[in-house]
Design a protein around this ligand. Sequence first.
Ligand code: KG4
Ligand code: ZN
Length: 365
Amino acid sequence: MICIGIETSCDETAVGIVEDGHTLLANMVFSSMDLHKAYGGVVPEIAARSHVEAMIPMVDQALEMAFGEDCPDPWQKIDAIAVTYGAGLGGSLLVGVMTARTLAITKNKPLYGINHVEAHTYVNFITGIKGGSMELGGKSYVFPSRQPEFPMLSLSVSGKHSQLVLFRGHFDYKVLGRVRDDAVGEAFDKVARIIGLPYPGGPNVEKASALGNRDKYKLPKANLDTKYDFSFSGLKTAVLRLAQSEIGEDFTFPSFEVAGRLSEAQKNDIAASFSRVAIETLVDKAVLAFEEFQPRSVVIAGGVAASSELRTQLSDRLPVDVQYPDMKLCTDNGAMIATLGCYKAMLGQPTADPYSLSIDPNLSM
Ligand code: KG4
Ligand code: ZN
């Protein structure tokens, strides 16, 4: 089963090709991130326009990566097409979905609509590249040594969602808890903005954290009445108040002027103290869920899964050998869509109608 996956939910135009739900054949990602930097976040209209330009080149390059430039008819090798239909930005999702629908009709292939958040977890099932290589398209990859086993606990954390999910099998899962307000990645992005680091916040906060003192400031963890839900808006506000008080101002001082008055050392200490508490909040819940449900494997997924702080804390606090996906497969990509597409096709899940599949910007698991 060879599936091509198309992902355009945010600012990445991504196409991946995966065989049998475990072997990576292609992973092409074009990001319009540079176009959004000046605005401090993704501008939906700019993202959608960029998808229109990048979509077809990404499909062509992924096919070439998987089957070589001399392959006379790469589409003959594709068994199924999978596409993200939600959640995400409406205009962006439309480009991917219309492309996939058109290809499904013209190439006569079954089409699968994919939930972006569910797909993030599926990169954990990719264990290698065709031919046993560790390199694809000039980039080297690190894979888990084996596929996760069910029951599988997934901590899925990105810029738009944060949730703990218990998978009893493929397509048989229970969301144990989700974020009540800002997703953890969004908190990283907002804290980055407060301390004057460029978008995207996560990787830049991580770099600053490495130079800071993680115990310098005491920041709060949300105390919720549900066992597995998360909340990060209080922590984010606490970082703003802390930064304002560090420069001798009160809460009326404009947040966008704070960074200019913080020293490098203060910025690094704030980044480190925030990262420690934000990640600890996630890991506390993962440890609780591990104790209650005793899963056979624990996996992480989503952009924040690229955080080395998260990896360190999980490995330190869980009594299982946690396997981690390659950093390049944590942020948005087409391989995760193709992998879930493979399982849908292999396990006889219903196909989508290529004449009517519509987008669902607010889709949840
Ligand atoms: O999954 P993703 O690429 O897009 C969404 O579906 O949201 O996740 C992007 C998020 C951003 O908020 C980014 O700041 C965060 O993942 N992120 C990180 C790191 N790398 C990316 N957060 C913490 N540490 C990182 N190293
Ligand atoms: Zn994502």
